[in-house]
Design a protein around this ligand. Structure first.
Ligand SMILES: [Zn+2]
Length: 429
């Protein structure tokens, strides 16, 4: 079936190879021509990119789509609609659903739901059965379905011996383990970062060391096994420094950071508003500065949202009882443009082509915008300002800590496999 012909006109194309002023002609799902001053074919739809940047679609390494099991908070449909509005063409769905994504049947169900979604849905499989940390999930069987990342996200694999076994297995089948670094014996029931603010507020804290000891452990295990490891949502200065040194040693380590860890500090917790509860928790300014430095110097490879929708019924509890997590898909790009003092090409590397490579999605996402490439694209106005309205988000939930904030940088169009999923700021499906 022929898919629509359209032309993206008047923009500046930025991809991993550089920057040029060019129109982009797309039909039958592929980029067909990239050049300045292209003629508009008869019947083609024009996507105006005046003043905009045309970039490969963004790729989120860390999305909680909540389906199956928590459809009242988010579904594959609503979560990917939010993703498309945020400029994403692919998301990695985390496996802490109910049931968890630790069987071929569960993975198939989410992949099937993703087929008609507004972004490509890649699935991260669980490392252990039930994410219980006791025995390995059937990783080879899941890898056959295309699963490339494995994680027990929400929890770290506590046993070093089991993690070693998982790494040896992962290396053998060519997949990557992604760790949520949190030593349970140190984190205990901590509700926020352990420090001056937790003392003042009388809330149980989890020390930065709860994250750092697992980062250090898994770097040692990667050295031992030769297996690649991806670190999810790093949030402390020492974690990032460990990763920086491991990379300098040539280890196959990659890492991501979430927008809230480069924009918010633990001082936000002062009002006991559970919208600021997240795991890993918001940290002091020195850690926020370290995340920014890691994004700038390459210690951190990707910005990942950790998009974690919750309904008011489950989220609006006393701070120490509320579940951790906040929305991210519709604000990540604008937060990066507004808050990071980085060139747009560097921000796009962190949001598109580098995460695409980590997710094993680089064949279709994040690649150079050239004739023959799969047309997974986004068109961004880097100067447009907008104010976050929680009630206007496409997500089924509203738990954003940025409500009322004015941000710079907005997605005008998003194109998935040659079809616009967002056109003039409006979701198309
Ligand atoms: Zn996590």
């Amino acid at each position: 079936m022929a898919e629509p012909t359209f032309i993206i006109t008047g923009g500046t194309v930025i991809d991993a190879t550089g920057e040029q002023r060019a129109d982009v002609l797309v039909y039958d799902g592929l980029v067909r021509e990239v050049a300045e001053g292209l003629d508009v074919p008869l019947g083609a739809t024009v996507l105006d990119a005046g003043g905009c940047v045309v970039a490969p679609g963004l790729v989120d390494l860390h999305t909680h789509l909540r389906e199956p099991g928590r459809e009242e908070a988010e579904t594959v449909e609503t979560g990917t609609r939010a993703a498309a509005l945020g400029g994403y063409t692919a998301v990695v769905a985390m496996p802490n659903t109910d049931p968890p994504l630790d069987t071929a049947a569960a993975v198939r169900q989410v992949l099937e739901l993703g087929r008609s979604a507004s972004a490509q849905v890649a699935v991260a499989g669980a490392i252990t059965v039930g994410r219980a940390g006791e025995r390995l999930a059937p990783m080879a069987e899941l890898a056959e379905l295309g699963v490339h990342l494995f994680t027990d996200d929400g929890a770290g694999v506590q046993s070093a011996g089991l993690m070693r076994k998982a790494m040896e297995y992962a290396r053998g089948i060519g997949v990557t383990l992604a760790q949520h670094c949190e030593d349970g014996s140190l984190a205990c029931d901590g509700a926020m970062h352990e420090g001056a603010w937790s003392s003042r507020l009388g809330l149980p804290g989890m020390p930065a060391a709860a994250e750092e000891v697992m980062v250090a452990r898994d770097i040692a295990l990667s050295r031992l096994t030769g297996a690649p490891v991806h670190f999810l949502h790093l949030s402390t200065a020492a974690s990032i420094d460990l990763v920086r040194r491991a990379k300098a040693d040539g280890l196959a380590i990659t890492a991501e950071a979430a927008p809230h860890h480069f924009t918010l500090t633990d001082a936000e917790t002062a009002g006991y508003d559970p919208v600021f509860k997240v795991n890993p928790p918001l940290r002091p300014q020195s850690d926020v500065d370290a995340v920014r430095a890691g994004l700038a110097d390459g210690a951190i490879d990707a910005i990942a949202t950790d998009h974690a929708p919750h309904t008011p019924e489950t989220k609006d509890l006393p701070f120490d009882q509320a579940p951790p997590g906040m929305l991210g898909l519709e604000t990540a790009l604008a937060l990066a443009i507004t808050e990071l003092d980085l060139p747009l090409a560097r921000i796009l590397a962190l949001l598109s082509w580098q995460p695409a490579a980590i997710a094993g999605l680089a064949d279709d996402h994040g690649g150079p915008i050239v004739s023959g490439a799969v047309a997974n694209l986004c068109v961004i106005d880097p100067t447009e300002t907008w104010t976050v309205d929680a009630t206007a988000l496409a997500s089924r939930s509203q738990n954003t800590p940025y409500a009322g904030r004015t941000l710079r940088g907005r997605v005008r169009h998003t194109v998935l496999r040659g079809t616009p999923t967002v056109f003039e700021h409006e979701a198309q499906r």
